[in-house]
Design a protein around this ligand. Structure first.
Ligand code: ADP
Length: 384
């Protein structure tokens, strides 16, 4: 097993599958961490092309494109989970170093696998079943047992609320399952007191460090705002213990983000991601080591950086394209607003950037972050 920090073993050339904003922000810090970044981009104008040292154009499910990326780097990591696990298995056997590896990635790629594994290990997940047909007798037994219509989630390929359905009536579920025509998770709809996220980073020798717990605010199934510290300080210790357990079970290398529901009966796992995550963007301004630097440190075999906060309060607001073109410069004109523009062409509904504000006062941080995001032109609105 590699020893983090051993200069002989540092993988200084990192390949990133995907070239969205997460890869872009890895590129922004790569040189400070002592690595170069090569990205596998679908298109020449992908977000991360602007910050990468090298670019390979191609589809990650195309073996030739993947091999072209892997050939000139020491280690490959990921900016999204829309990957072909079978291809990754083959490449890993052929000697490509993937961090995280395919067995870990499966937890993020396949919600059904994740729910089944976590339940088997006694971790708190919503009561659920996995089905691929409306005729499955287990579906009818499950529907008979729920008081409110359950949530239906496609096992693979969903993100930002796409692939998650909230039927109005229990009677609508069977037809929905049929129309989706794929493996789905049907799970009880929980009454949420709130939602939080636990971010951790795991080194290649298994050392794990956790960031402080944050609150996430959702609208239309999409995270619009993240607040540090979380409004549930009494849950921080429980979330951290759960986070360490999940990180070890999954065998993560790099950042692992765990989205959690806060319910009457405690924390319940929603989902995990094995890459830098939207709920960790505040760490750029708010923590001793931002999540992108720590991800690159971990996957390149270095020692982890401190995950301690360096501010009292941080608020991050996502900027999503509205009907009018976005204006990052107008966001920057707001004093105290840190504007991160992902360099994407404006399109209504597209995630274009984020704005963070840090302050000694929680309310001032929130007001400044929203002022920046609204001036920038986000269509997201503050939750009331
Ligand atoms: P995605 O993977 O697309 O981000 P999620 O599974 O995180 O989708 O679901 C999006 C949002 O839907 C969650 O943040 C939460 O607000 C709501 N949600 C999902 N599952 C449940 C559930 N079982 N009970 C109540 N709300 C849920």
């Amino acid at each position: 097993m590699p020893v983090p920090g051993d200069p002989q073993l540092i993988s200084s050339r990192v390949g990133v599958v995907g070239a969205g904003q997460l890869a872009r922000m890895m590129g922004e810090v790569a040189h400070d961490v002592g690595v170069t970044v090569s990205v596998l981009a679908l298109n020449e104008d992908d977000s991360a092309v602007a910050t990468a040292d090298h670019v390979v154009i191609g589809d990650p499910s195309d073996r030739a494109a993947f091999v072209e990326l892997a050939r000139d780097v020491d280690v490959v990591t990921f900016d999204h989970e829309l990957v072909d696990l079978e291809l990754l298995d083959v490449l890993a056997r052929e000697g490509v170093i993937l961090r995280p590896g395919p067995a870990s990635l499966r937890y993020a790629v396949d919600k059904a696998y994740q729910r089944v594994q976590f339940a088997e290990h006694g971790l708190p997940v919503p009561r659920f079943i996995v089905v691929d047909s409306r005729n499955d007798p287990a579906l009818h037994a499950f529907l008979d047992s729920v008081a409110v219509p359950p949530v239906v989630k496609v096992a693979r390929g969903g993100y930002d609320g796409r692939g998650v359905f909230f039927p109005d009536q229990v009677g609508d579920v069977a037809a929905l399952v049929e129309s989706l025509d794929t493996v789905v998770v049907v799970e009880e709809r929980l009454e949420l007191i709130g939602e939080v996220a636990q971010l951790l980073v795991r080194a290649c020798d298994g050392e794990v460090a956790h960031y402080p717990l944050v609150t996430t605010v959702q609208s239309d199934g999409m995270c619009v705002e993240v607040r540090f510290p979380s409004q549930f300080p009494e849950l921080a210790a429980e979330a951290a213990v759960l986070g360490h357990t999940v990180a070890d079970l999954v065998g993560a290398i790099g950042i692992i983000a765990i989205e959690l529901f806060v319910t009457e009966s405690g924390l319940v796992i929603n989902e995990v991601a094995l890459r830098p995550h939207n709920t960790g963007h505040w760490t750029i301004e708010g923590a001793a080591t931002d999540q992108f630097s720590n991800h690159l440190r971990a996957v390149s075999g270095q020692r982890l950086g401190s995950t301690e906060p360096v501010v009292a309060h941080a608020v991050m607001v996502n900027v999503v394209g509205a009907d009018e073109a976005a204006m990052p410069a107008a966001g920057r004109a707001i004093s105290g607003a840190f504007v991160h523009d992902y360099g994407k062409t404006w399109r209504p509904g597209r995630k274009l950037g984020h704005v963070t504000a840090v302050d000694d006062d929680a309310e001032r941080a929130r007001v400044t972050a929203w002022a920046g995001a609204l001036a920038y032109g986000t269509r997201t609105r503050e939750a009331t």
